[in-house]
Design a protein around this ligand. Structure first.
Ligand code: SAJ
Length: 439
């Protein structure tokens, strides 16, 4: 295998294409977005991921990585397109996977598929997508899966922000439609993967990916529910979690403003959709995490005396998690929108995307501008640069004397001594006077 065609140049496809190109393969990266292709041809990337732009430029200079808006003949095809859920799907009480990108990418391969080719699906997909959707579409070529071509599912499991490192170091699972397909997939990925490579069948590999993200979602949901209980019983949630986690078999995750991103807030629904009758826990966890932004809006409302109309709120961080520029399914954005709908005047600030604009609320291009007129500061994302917001610095930048820190990042600073009311997801124990005025 010398030549690889990768369909979808997003957060996974682009780093994967680059990694193969840096390891000696001829790679053609394909995307249907012409703007993305022209940026990449100029050596610029359209996403924020540490080290990626330099790596793409190196691969282009080596002559191993080129970009196109159409597939080409190749030895191996990798599908790395998004699998979102349907927007505004009102007929179900769960969200359903929208597989149209996977289907159209697979269809796009058909005219180029030859005997002996390997096709890998990397997109997170509902159980049995590889055997029930991808294989039959590819067989429209007249070739038979497992006989004329190899087909496998191999999920990406990398963490945005650490993609280049994790692509190499993480364990990789490769699930073929038959043993030969798994082994062919092994041959391909072993060129750069240093983590363990596990061979299995396609549906197990699909389930493994969904189980991992669902496990995390359910665990974040219980952390969020614990934070609500902590608020009810007026205890410090962070301290309680710290103590509970001293138990050798307990590891409670962080509560926060909710779960965002294109993975954990989406993937568990694929299991619920596939088997709604046997997934009540997964369904409920999704609901708990999806409701967390409303819970935060309520905390802000209480802190501001029960009425949000006309209140000036600086919302720091709009990304779905710390130190990334990705706003997909971001709970921070949802919170800003809901605050604005309730009448607040919201000034959002996302340092990784300072030019981002929204219909319902304003955005600031820098921290100073975001804080200037605020009466309440709402920390929504634990970006490293926000960790330096000491009481002194805040006092210099704003007259706001209320801070709500939804990620518990600033809870070691002496806010009270500096005349600032500070609370996290719960009302602080050491601030009992405020407890009553908040609730
Ligand atoms: N979050 C919390 N509390 C926590 C951890 C996360 O509220 O304790 C929130 C984050 O703020 C964010 C969301 O959950 O809004 C998801 O963030 P994440 O860092 O947990 O995960 P992702 O979506 O960036 O990446 C996940 C990873 N999966 C797992 O950790 C099991 C990654 O390895 C996968 O490759 C990725 O999904 C994916 O592409 O599926």
């Amino acid at each position: 295998m010398n030549k690889i065609c990768i369909l979808g140049l997003g957060y996974i496809g682009l780093p994967t294409a680059t990694m193969f190109a840096m390891n000696g393969y001829q790679v053609v990266g394909v995307d249907i977005n012409d703007n993305v292709i022209s940026m990449l041809k100029n050596g610029q990337i359209h996403i924020h991921e540490p080290g990626l732009e330099e790596a793409v430029q190196t691969a282009i200079c080596n002559g191993n990585l080129i970009f196109s808006n159409q597939p080409v003949e190749a030895d191996a095809f990798i599908i790395a397109v998004p699998t979102p859920f349907f927007d505004g799907d009102v007929n179900h009480d769960y969200k359903r996977a929208d597989l149209h990108y996977v289907i159209s990418a697979t269809e796009a391969i058909v005219p180029y598929l030859k005997k002996g080719n390997l096709v890998i699906l990397e997109s997170t997909s509902p159980p049995q997508t590889t055997i029930n959707f991808v294989q039959p579409i590819l067989e429209k070529s007249g070739l038979i899966g497992g006989q004329d071509f190899y087909l496998a599912y191999s999920p990406e499991r990398v963490l945005p922000g650490q993609i280049l490192k994790e692509l190499v170091e993480n364990a990789r699972v490769i699930g073929g439609i038959d043993k030969a397909s798994s082994e062919k997939g092994y041959e391909l990925y072993a060129s750069f993967v240093k983590g363990k490579i596990i061979l299995t069948d396609a549906t197990t590999a699909e389930m493994v990916k969904l189980m991992e993200n669902t496990y995390r979602d359910v665990n974040i949901a219980i952390a969020n529910e614990f934070s609500r209980l902590a608020n009810r019983f007026e205890i410090d949630i962070w301290k309680a979690i710290e103590i509970a986690n001293l138990h050798p078999r307990v590891n409670i995750l962080h509560p926060g403003p909710g779960v965002g991103g294109h993975c954990i807030s989406v993937d568990p629904w694929f299991l619920v959709e596939a088997a709604p009758d046997i997934t009540p826990l997964i369904h409920t966890a999704r609901q708990v995490n999806d409701e967390q932004p409303d819970y935060i809006v309520e905390l802000v409302r209480q802190a501001l005396g029960g009425d949000l109309r006309g209140k000036r709120i600086a919302a720091l961080g709009l990304a779905y998690k710390p130190n990334v520029d990705d706003l997909r399914e971001s709970p921070a954005v949802k919170i800003c929108q809901n605050l604005a709908t309730a009448g607040a005047s919201v000034m959002g600030f996302e340092p990784f995307k300072p030019d981002m604009k929204f219909d319902s609320f304003s955005t600031a291009v820098n921290l100073e501008f975001a804080l200037a007129n605020a009466e309440l500061v709402l920390l929504l994302v634990g970006h490293t640069q926000f960790s330096f917001l000491t009481p002194e610095r805040i006092s210099c930048l704003t007259d706001a004397n209320i801070i709500i820190d939804t990620v518990g990042m600033l809870n070691t600073y002496p806010w009270k001594e500096n005349g600032i009311r500070y609370s996290t997801l719960e009302v602080q124990q050491n601030d009992k006077n405020l407890v009553t005025s908040y609730s």
